[in-house]
Design a protein around this ligand. Structure first.
Ligand SMILES: Cc1cc2nc3c(=O)[nH]c(=O)nc-3n(C[C@H](O)[C@H](O)[C@H](O)COP(=O)(O)OP(=O)(O)OC[C@H]3O[C@@H](n4cnc5c(N)ncnc54)[C@H](O)[C@@H]3O)c2cc1C
Ligand code: SF4
Length: 501
């Protein structure tokens, strides 16, 4: 893909740098780009490929998507300089060397680190329009809030973007249908077959380079991402809402859209997903609880999380308000290091596909990190490495704020801590498990149940000031077996550290 062709230096000629999460022809710096005057720069940096213990599926997805995108730009007539270099800046230097004097432009990068690096390199930014809410618009909302409740932001989004509105009222007569969306998994639930993505020579080349065994789970092209969107709208959207929180060993995706990787690397834009969803709802193909539930994820949660990342600043990721110091438990990297069925199944799923849905991320993985007092930054680093959709802007608020409450409640008013009863209700993990979700003491007590109470007890002074935690603290104060429970909690924590619980 590299070229030594010379372009005349002049104001209208420019280098357009495309990071691997800006892969859309109509957004970012490519909007209005002209193949006759613009040179495209893409850099596969060693920091990105070998810098960390990245999940191979994730690495494969990001690199193969970028190479396919580069090829599509070449087919359109662009001169594409796709280079491998130690760092992004080294790569850009090498490309600039071929086109002396040409300015480099890029859409505002999606992380603080890349923003600083490119700014210091003299790159000119255009606004990042990969989201529906600009960073400045979000800031003006957040500046006016006492607490940054997502629900308040979401309602404003519905009105501002005029989505699911009937005049000034929300469609269906309510803003939120969460109560209808909490069904446990039906017995022996199969659901429609998963969409499989065909592979081509670019995929094979990338897989060989990084030592990855090809799977068919994730698309690496815009056409594939559009197929995934269509598959969701046609086969899953109607049932998305009610089963949104359910977990089952029989079906790894249930009716989740599997769109986050494409939304996050640019192969799909949020406006395209919303347009397809609204169209299906207006045609009467999906009930309001599914339409609202899904649209809230995209125009609410996704936009809110990105807004909060930029609003809270670069130091936010270092928060550790609960002083959690435990090293990352071995079970996160090795599912054979635990007898907890829910965690074993979830980590195995991650190893297989680099993805599990929202509830295992929140109520299993993060919940476990929270109640064991695992260091938030170690946990965050692991989550960043293993998930297919893990960009910095989205993982940091989700883990630090929502997952492990390390920000002292800046994002969420209370921690998402739960015992085995919740997991037992929302999944079919517990039946074959060695542990009993109903027990909090004794050798067969569910580690989640024991550690939930132990966690509340360890932080009871902090939580006593939080009126949203008063019910839990009331429950803690009524426990008659707290001394026994504390003893069992110590055994459980030691056992988890050793990989034998
Ligand atoms: C601890 C934790 C870590 C997470 N890490 C990531 C991450 O690295 N990348 C990521 O994209 N999502 C992350 N999420 C949010 C959510 O779990 C995933 O977006 C979702 O599971 C992706 O699968 P899906 O596309 O099938 O989503 P669906 O359930 O079909 O939802 C539709 C879309 O809504 C958006 N969305 C929903 N919730 C969130 C949220 N909390 N933050 C941002 N977008 C949201 C996503 O774009 C998703 O594709 C995390 C959540 C938690 C609790
Ligand atoms: S009993 Fe506890 S550890 Fe076992 S699957 Fe249920 S919640 Fe997980």
């Amino acid at each position: 893909m590299s070229s030594t062709a010379k372009l005349v230096s002049g104001a209208k000629f420019k280098i357009i740098y495309i990071p691997f999460d800006h892969l859309h022809r109509e957004f970012g710096a490519l909007k209005g780009a002209d193949p006759s005057v613009d040179v495209i720069a893409m850099v596969e940096s060693a920091r990105m490929t070998t810098g960390r213990n990245w999940h191979k599926e994730r690495l494969f997805f990001l690199i193969s998507s970028a190479r396919h995108f580069a090829k599509s730009l070449e087919s359109e007539g662009f001169k594409v300089e796709y280079v491998k270099a130690a760092t992004t800046i080294d790569g850009l230097d090498a490309i600039s060397g071929k086109y002396p004097g040409l300015p480099i432009i890029c859409a505002e990068p999606s992380s603080f680190r890349q923003y600083e690096a490119l700014k210091n390199h003299g790159v000119t930014f255009v606004e990042n329009d990969f989201f529906l809410t600009s960073r400045s618009l979000f800031k003006s909302w957040a500046d006016g809030q006492k607490s940054y409740l997502m629900e308040n932001f979401y309602r404003k989004q519905r009105v501002r973007l005029n989505i699911l509105m009937e005049g000034a009222e929300p469609a269906g007569g309510a803003w939120n249908f969460d109560k209808e969306n909490r069904l446990p998994p039906p017995k022996k639930y199969e659901g429609p077959p998963y969409l499989e993505h065909a592979r081509d020579e670019i995929d094979a080349e990338v897989a060989a380079e990084i030592g990855h065994t090809l799977t068919t789970t994730w698309a690496t092209t815009r056409a594939g991402a559009l197929l995934q969107l269509k598959n969701f709208i046609d086969n899953h959207f109607a049932e998305f809402g009610p089963l949104e929180d359910a977990m089952t060993v029989e079906n790894w995706a249930l009716h989740h859209s599997l769109l986050s990787p494409y939304l996050n690397n640019g192969l799909l834009h949020a406006s395209e997903v919303i347009a397809a969803a609204e169209k299906a709802y207006k045609k009467g193909k999906v009930p309001i609880e599914s339409a609202e539930g899904f649209i809230r994820q995209i125009i609410g949660w996704r936009e809110y999380v990105n807004g909060m990342y930029w609003f809270l600043g670069p130091d936010y990721r270092e928060n550790n308000e609960l002083q959690a110091k435990r090293k990352l438990l071995p079970l996160f990297t090795d599912p054979s290091a635990t007898k907890m069925n829910c965690i074993k199944e979830t980590v195995t799923d991650i190893n297989d596909r680099a993805w599990v849905h929202h509830i295992p991320r929140l109520m299993l993985l993060s919940n476990l990190a929270l109640v064991t007092g695992t260091n938030p930054q170690e946990f965050l680093d692991w989550m960043r490495e293993v998930f297919i959709d893990a960009n910095e802007w989205v993982m940091v608020p989700n883990v630090i704020g929502m997952g492990v409450h390390a920000d002292g409640g800046q994002m969420m008013t209370k921690p998402y801590a739960a015992g085995g009863a919740y997991i037992s209700r929302m999944s079919n993990y517990c039946k074959p498990c060695e542990y009993n979700p109903k027990l909090r003491t004794g050798e067969t007590a569910c580690p989640f149940t024991t550690l939930y109470w132990d966690f509340l007890d360890r932080h009871k002074e902090t939580f006593a000031k939080n009126h949203r935690m008063s019910q839990q603290i009331f429950g803690l104060n009524r426990l008659s077996d707290l001394p026994e429970l504390k003893e069992r909690a110590l055994e459980v924590l030691e056992g988890l550290d050793k990989g034998i619980i």
